[in-house]
Design a protein around this ligand. Sequence first.
Ligand SMILES: [Zn+2]
Ligand SMILES: [Zn+2]
Length: 222
Amino acid sequence: MRKQNALNAPLDHRAPLVFDTRELGRRPGALKRISRTVEAPADLGTEVIGVPAGAPLEVELRMESVMEGVLVTGIVRAPLAGECVRCLEPLAREGEAEFQEMFSYPETDGHGRRQADAVEDEGDEETLFLQGDLFDLEPVLRDAVVLSLPLQPVCREDCPGLCPECGALLAEDPDHRHDDAVDIRWAALREFAGTSGPGESSGRQDMQDKAPRGRGDDPQEK
Ligand SMILES: [Zn+2]
Ligand SMILES: [Zn+2]
């Protein structure tokens, strides 16, 4: 899909992530550095963390003319926003990703179809091409940024997360606990109530019946 877009849609030199290599003049060894800050495109990230759309994306590029095209090396920095996978609180941090990509000269001058064939022949290996003097860095940046993102972002390494019983934020209430003694006390009370009266056996049976009740239904359904 990424290849199709690159080949079918003519690049707009005014697009924020389209870069011009004309100054390199196709002279191997020629070098150019560019810094550019652009607004982050939408959906740059994963479901749990990413660069907010419109956030400043600082791109530093080094374009080097080589025999077969232009080798682009760079780094991108951007603010990240997401959600801690343990406590679900919002988190923010600075993200940084490095990338290197080769943009090849088209094998034929301007024959898009020949290019497409060549790309398909190479199977999975992705070849990106220059369009005239232009290349689109967006797919490269997307891959670099997404790969650099943590799969399981946490607000802090020792985030205690949420209480599995009531969902309370344990970071704000580190001593939070559910007193099992309460249950024990209730059980003791029930037992006490049972032993003190004729309801003992029926009371115990009620409790025992509760668990197997679901299982007991199965034979009836079959
Ligand atoms: Zn957290
Ligand atoms: Zn709790």
